[in-house]
Design a protein around this ligand. Structure first.
Ligand code: SF4
Length: 359
């Protein structure tokens, strides 16, 4: 049954114009030079929430270090996080690593070409499953991301709120009908590329658009009003003091975050909630709580870091600990800080500190 919105729609012209344009105009990118499902998988995970220009260097570096899924499966998680350092959304790296181990253990190192099996691997959601299936295995699977939802909302004049999961499913159904069995890879990538280069969120370049004649929003002058994207909940602000704690040997305290939740297993300088005014760093571990007294606090900077659901406001302070206290901190030299995987906000603090060579 044809989805109602596709009735009276010239999908043949749309597909032909889109694919022809894509094959002529696509950007040269390293992951477009390969059909290797592992490499395409790595690129798709890195490209989530991250700009193409940023990904290129990380992609090359990652594949140099882990050229095959076996190499990745055999790596230590800390080492993988170190290669991923600075790219953000670190659960992507941990999930990719876990899934690589699963591919080696369960599927003899061969990435499954059945979309249902592929979609069960850790970190592979519907979009990534569709992208790998269509690009590496040439299967007519939808790969619907924000770019694709924007392009199809405009060309088909869809008024549904793209922040809702049911809209994504609806657009996947539409793609299943549109996607040509003989070239699903160029069709999916063409939609994404059109969204990235021409049908951009603001001021789409309709005069240069290969599917302008098939675009209902353009015909109605509605391209700037679509897609409908109703605001999500506001981000929560959390204020912390980040302590650059130096001990009697001049070494700096760092700690590892818990192995679950935000930035799991990444390293950082100790952080305390700003409302906690005491000159005691209260550490709570599973079975004990203890206080770490510090002194000579000097504020050396401020930083704001925006996550998708939280904003961190960080006051960066230097301080000293005199006694050789017992704590869960690792005291390391400033020179050795770069060998630990830090999250983006703490990389900025660390790099400034390394430059300043705190005396
Ligand atoms: Fe987007 Fe404009 Fe092309 Fe329509 S004509 S798909 S709004 S760029």
């Amino acid at each position: 049954m044809t989805t109602k919105v596709l009735q009276n729609y010239d999908n043949i012209a749309f597909n032909d114009n889109l694919i022809r344009w894509y094959e002529k105009n696509k950007r040269t990118l390293p992951w477009r030079e390969t059909n290797d499902p592992y490499k395409i998988w790595v690129s798709e995970i890195m490209l989530q929430q991250t700009k193409v220009d940023t990904v290129i260097d990380y992609y090359n570096k990652f594949l140099e270090k882990y050229p095959t899924v076996q190499n990745l499966a055999e790596a230590e998680e800390q080492e993988v996080l170190k290669v991923w350092e600075g790219l953000g959304y670190y659960s992507r790296a941990r999930n990719l690593h876990t899934a690589a181990k699963e591919v080696v253990e369960k599927y003899h190192g061969v990435i499954p070409d059945d979309p249902h099996v592929l979609g069960k691997l850790k970190g592979i959601g519907p979009y990534t499953k569709g992208a790998i299936s269509s690009i590496a295995f040439h299967l007519p699977e939808p790969a619907v991301d924000g770019n694709v939802m924007r392009v199809l909302s405009r060309t088909l004049l869809l008024q549904d709120n793209i922040s809702e999961a049911k809209t994504r499913k609806y657009i996947e159904d539409i793609v299943r009908e549109l996607i040509p069995a003989d070239n699903p890879s160029s069709f999916n990538q063409g939609l994404m590329e059109l969204g990235a280069l021409i049908c951009t969120p603001r001021s789409p370049a309709c005069m240069l658009c290969p599917v302008q004649r098939e675009c209902r929003a353009f015909a109605e002058g509605m391209q700037e009003q679509l897609p409908v994207k109703l605001k999500k909940k506001k981000q929560r602000v959390e204020s912390y003091i980040v302590l650059l704690l130096k001990n009697y040997e001049g070494k700096i305290a760092i700690e590892q975050r818990p192995n679950e939740g935000l930035l799991a297993n990444m390293w950082q300088f100790p952080m305390i909630k700003k409302e906690n005014k005491a000159i005691n760093l209260i550490k709570e571990t599973n079975d004990k709580a203890y206080a770490v007294p510090y002194k000579n606090v000097i504020k050396v900077g401020e930083l704001r870091h925006v996550f998708s659901h939280i904003i961190w406001e960080l006051d960066v302070c230097e301080a000293e600990i005199n006694e050789n206290i017992q704590s869960d901190f690792h005291f390391v030299s400033i020179e050795s800080l770069p060998s630990y995987p830090f999250s983006v906000s703490h990389i900025k603090i660390r790099d400034e500190m390394v430059d300043r060579k705190m005396d």
